[in-house]
Design a binder for this molecule. Structure first.
Ligand code: MTE
Length: 306
């Protein structure tokens, strides 16, 4: 269950020493300056009231068993091939219905956004799950900074296209770039974060360096990696899995144990890392965040809007 009460039990995040959760370049170029700047050297990402109290998976599980089709379709392909991805310099185009469109350097995207540790369960549509201690900031903070115009109803995201560094992009299986989208109210929800690290380290390449989306009440495929474009748009944008197989993957993709995938049940999940024959556990409505997000879908039929 999510840990929302103030008097919560001691968690991994309370006892693990923290470094500064910056991007790799800020990490390197900033190290000397930080040592001389006491205020900055004390930055710690506060644990969040939105975190689950479940024990995080090991760093090895989280960085060794991935979906990142730009590097291949196997779970071990991202760890094997993502090391060659250049993530510095990195910029993100923010465009569409915003007051301040532009190409923002990653450091500028992160400017003034308070980093927080969020321990979220990642529930994959393939019916397995992991618990990940992300470092990130609320997407709403960035959207408010660039100024969302009144006509904007959705947010569209795109991943980098760079076939020379992303061997999986030589396959036409997916129409690159990988795309995802959220309704504006989902994007502005405080649970929705842009993550720049995990386990107190800059984001590993296979997990979507240098910056990826995390939406904990949705299936993992919504959490698009290595983002280079964020567009505020009026119409529901096309999304990769929905384009590939609309009968199996909807736009909303909310974790919902009562709506099965056409080829398998979503009622339970295999807990990655809990042994060969694995622990299974019941999947919770909205991945455990029903109290926080159910109101976003009031009046919608979730068997239609899956
Ligand atoms: N983002 C991009 N660009 N490409 C992908 O193939 N896979 C998605 C999502 N984000 C994917 C992606 C899927 S299916 C899942 S389950 C999660 O990333 C996996 O995140 P993880 O590897 O960090 O656990």
């Amino acid at each position: 269950m999510p840990r929302l009460e103030q008097n919560r039990p001691l968690a991994w995040s309370d006892v693990t020493p923290k470094a500064l959760w910056l991007t790799r370049r800020q990490w390197i170029t900033g190290a000397a300056a930080l040592a001389a700047t006491p205020a900055l050297s004390q930055i710690q990402a506060a644990p969040s009231r939105f975190s689950t109290d479940a024990e995080p998976n090991s760093f090895e599980d989280i960085t060794g068993y991935n979906n990142f089709y730009e590097f291949g379709t196997g779970k071990e392909d991202p760890a094997a091939y993502a090391g060659g991805l250049t993530t510095d310099p990195w910029s993100i185009v923010i465009d569409g219905l915003v007051d301040k469109p532009g190409t923002y350097d990653l450091a500028d995207v992160m400017k003034d956004q308070p980093l927080e540790e969020r321990i979220y369960r990642l529930r994959c549509v393939e019916a397995w799950s992991m618990v990940v201690p992300w470092i990130g900031f609320e997407l709403a903070g960035l959207l408010n900074r660039v100024g969302v115009q009144s006509g904007a109803k959705f947010v569209a995201f795109e991943t980098l296209v760079r076939p020379e560094e992303m061997p999986g992009q030589s396959s036409p299986f997916i129409e690159w770039p990988y795309r995802e989208g959220l309704r504006l109210d989902e994007a502005m929800h405080p649970l929705t974060i842009l993550a720049t690290g995990l386990y107190g380290e800059p984001m590993p390449n296979q997990n979507g360096a240098p910056i990826r989306l995390v939406v904990p009440w949705k299936y993992g495929f919504k959490s698009i990696k290595s983002i280079v474009r964020i567009s505020l748009v009026a119409e529901m944008p096309p999304t990769t899995w929905n384009m590939l197989q609309p009968s199996e993957y909807g736009f909303y993709a909310n974790v919902n144990p009562t709506v099965d995938h056409p080829r398998w049940s979503q009622a339970s999940e295999r807990v990655v890392g809990s042994g060969l024959f694995g622990g299974r556990q019941d999947t919770l409505m909205f991945n455990g965040y029903e109290a926080e997000v159910a109101s976003l879908y009031a009046g919608q039929d979730l068997t239609v809007d899956y």
